[in-house]
Design a protein around this ligand. Structure first.
Ligand code: GSH
Length: 233
C-alpha cells in the first residue's frame, strides 16, 4: 500500500487510491495535456479538480507540490527507484509519463529529439503567446484602449500558427507519429475558438492546422481527457 502522507496536498485533495498516479488539474489547455496523456497511455490515475481560484492554486497544500501555483501537477507513487515523486510543469509531466510508459516520444534518438524540440516550441512560444492573446483579446486586457499589446499578440499568434501550418504540410502529426508534441500543441490550437480569436488569426487559411485539430479531437482518449477532471461537480 502506497503512503502519500508526506505530500501535504493529499490533505486537501485526499487520494481514494494512493497506489495510482494523482493528477491535480483543471480542464484548461495546460491541464488537459496531462489528462490526455494519462488517457492515451492507459496508466491508472485519479483526477482531482484544482480550480484556478486562489483558494485552490494558492493554498498551502497546493503550493507544497507546485510553488509556482499553476496546474497541472502530479504525484506518482511509483516513481523512479520505486519512491514517490511529485512533478509540476506540463512539459515535464509529459516527458515523464512518456518515459514511464515508453509511448509517444518516438522510437529513435532522432525522433525523440525532434519531439522534444516541438514540445519546447509549444512550452516557450505557442502556449505563452496564445495565453497573452486570450488575455488581451477576450479577457480583462480587452478593455485596454492602447491597441499595441493586442496587436502584438495577434501578430505573434499568426506568426506561430504559420510555422505550425507549414510544418503540417504533408503530415498528420507534428513529428513522424502522434506524440507528446501533439498532446501539448493541439489543445492550445483548440483554445482559439474559446477566445473567439479564430478570425483574427486567419483560421480559414490554416487548412493543415484545421485538419490536424479535427484529427486530434477525434481520438477517444482526447475526448475523455478534455473533460478530466470535470469543470463542475
Ligand atoms: N508553464 C506551466 C503553465 C501552467 C498554467 O499556466 N496553468 C494555468 C492554467 S492554464 C494556471 O494554473 N493558472 C492559475 C494561476 O495563474 O493562478 C505549465 O505548462 O504547466
Amino acid at each position: 500500500m502506497s503512503d502519500l502522507s508526506a505530500f501535504p496536498i493529499t490533505r486537501k485533495w485526499p487520494a481514494a487510491d494512493p497506489g495510482v498516479i494523482q493528477l491535480y488539474a483543471f480542464p484548461t489547455p495546460n491541464g488537459v495535456k496531462a489528462s490526455i496523456m494519462l488517457e492515451e497511455t492507459g496508466l491508472p490515475y485519479e483526477a482531482h479538480r484544482v480550480t484556478l481560484s486562489d483558494a485552490d492554486v494558492k493554498s498551502p497544500e497546493f503550493l507544497s507540490l507546485n510553488p509556482n501555483n499553476k496546474i497541472p501537477a502530479i504525484i506518482d507513487p511509483n516513481g523512479p527507484d520505486g519512491a514517490p515523486i511529485g512533478l509540476f510543469e506540463s512539459g515535464a509531466i509529459l516527458i515523464y509519463l512518456a518515459e514511464k510508459s515508453g509511448r509517444f516520444i518516438g522510437t529513435t534518438a532522432t525522433e525523440r529529439a525532434h519531439i522534444i524540440q516541438w514540445l519546447m516550441w509549444q512550452m516557450g512560444g505557442l502556449g505563452p503567446m496564445l495565453g497573452q492573446l486570450g488575455f488581451f483579446y477576450k479577457f480583462a486586457g480587452s478593455q485596454i484602449e492602447d491597441p499595441r499589446p493586442r496587436d502584438r499578440y495577434i501578430a505573434e499568434a499568426r506568426r506561430l500558427l504559420a510555422v505550425l501550418e507549414q510544418r503540417l504540410e504533408g503530415r498528420d502529426w507534428v513529428c513522424d507519429a502522434y506524440s507528446i508534441a501533439d498532446i501539448a500543441i493541439a489543445p492550445w490550437v483548440r483554445t482559439l475558438d474559446f477566445y473567439g480569436a479564430r478570425e483574427v488569426v486567419g483560421w480559414d487559411e490554416l487548412t493543415n492546422t484545421r485538419a490536424y485539430l479535427e484529427r486530434f479531437l477525434a481520438r477517444p482518449a482526447v475526448q475523455t481527457g478534455l473533460n478530466t477532471p470535470p469543470r463542475e461537480g
